[in-house]
Write a protein that binds this ligand. Structure first.
Ligand SMILES: [Fe+2]
Ligand SMILES: [Fe+2]
Length: 328
């Protein structure tokens, strides 16, 4: 066979592999790590899953900041459990990402060098205890809306990780709402704290669901691969429709004068989102971007001796095994 013919056969084979792959996606079959997949599918998944994993890990920082200052033992235990859950989410997701052929070290390196992104929401400061309520209620609430459709995403390890993650996210959302409820049933000062926290977190929570569809470069391809099952704007509308009645129960006011129920569409209309602020934060100019990165890089550097010790111990154990096998 000539070189040209060989090349042609190769192209035909990969075309038919691609057709089989597309068919499997259309049939709602899961794609598993050892299955053939287009290189672009693999790369897109590495980007999205790692971005998700980084968000879980960086997301521990704003709340971890309040563990020592939680107002009661009960609140401390719940917050501690929540922050630990986020660490667990990060670990499942890093593991899922590694099945696509990238190492944990490379993933951390991408985060620490600023090459990889994480959710813009975690670059905002947590200034009062009420922020713990607002984050659980709004940020974890938005995360659930974003993540429930991912339980049906096409990549098997990602979809399976999301099932447990989503169960834990609903506990996070409820503990946040309960903090808000206690503050709103408390003194005037406490209720004002809750209102201030809502004012701070409302707009960043809407931005958290990603740029508007017309600006979102990855949406179309991701929808096709069922990596994404709903567009950013659909998710945002769902979040608003679900959250406004909850604010009514709390007796709080959503900081949007244009927010209004629309009988015709059956949805809430809402005001303009400040996308300029969103892009500034994404580009690294949010209030806490530097602080968050310093915390992550610092933790990585301070942990060097632990990793070295663990490796040395593992090698010693391995040597012991080899020596005792030789002795037998
Ligand atoms: Fe999480
Ligand atoms: Fe969470």
């Amino acid at each position: 066979m000539s070189e040209a013919q060989l090349k042609n056969t190769g192209t035909e084979r990969s075309r038919s592999l691609e057709e089989i792959f597309e068919q499997r996606i259309a049939n709602d079959e899961k794609i598993e790590p050892k299955d053939w997949m287009p290189e672009k599918y693999r790369k897109t998944h590495i980007r999205q899953i790692s971005q998700h994993a980084h968000s879980e890990i960086v997301g521990m920082l704003p709340e971890g900041n309040w563990i020592t200052r939680a107002p009661s033992l009960r609140r401390k235990v719940a917050l501690l459990a929540k922050v630990q859950d986020e660490a667990g989410h990060g670990l499942y997701l890093y593991s899922a990402c590694e099945t696509l052929g990238i190492s944990r070290d490379e993933l951390y390196d991408q985060l620490h060098s600023g090459k990889a992104k994480y959710s813009s929401i975690f670059n905002y400061p947590t200034v009062t205890w009420a922020d713990m309520g607002a984050i659980g209620w709004l940020v974890d609430g938005a995360a659930i809306i974003n993540q429930v459709p991912l339980c049906n995403t096409s990549y098997g390890p990602y979809a399976r990780a999301m099932i447990r993650v989503c169960k834990e996210e609903s506990f996070h959302q409820r503990q946040g709402f309960e903090i808000m409820m206690s503050l709103c049933n408390g003194t005037e000062v406490q209720k004002q704290m809750a209102q201030d926290a809502l004012n701070r977190w409302w707009w960043p929570s809407l931005m958290m669901l990603g740029p508007t569809d017309s600006e979102s470069v990855h949406t179309e391809q991701s929808m096709k691969w069922k990596l994404k099952r709903k567009t950013n704007d659909e998710l945002r509308q769902q979040f608003i429709d679900q959250t406004v009645p909850q604010a009514d129960i709390l007796g709080l006011t959503i900081p949007d004068p244009d927010l209004k129920w629309n009988e015709e569409t059956g949805h809430y209309d809402f005001g303009e989102i400040d996308w300029e602020e969103f892009w500034q934060v994404v580009k690294g100019h949010g209030p806490c971007n530097k602080e968050r990165m310093n915390a992550r890089v610092g933790a990585w550097e301070r942990g060097t001796w632990v990793r070295d010790a663990a490796m040395a111990y593992a090698e010693k154990q391995q040597d012991k095994k080899v020596n005792s096998a030789k002795a037998v």
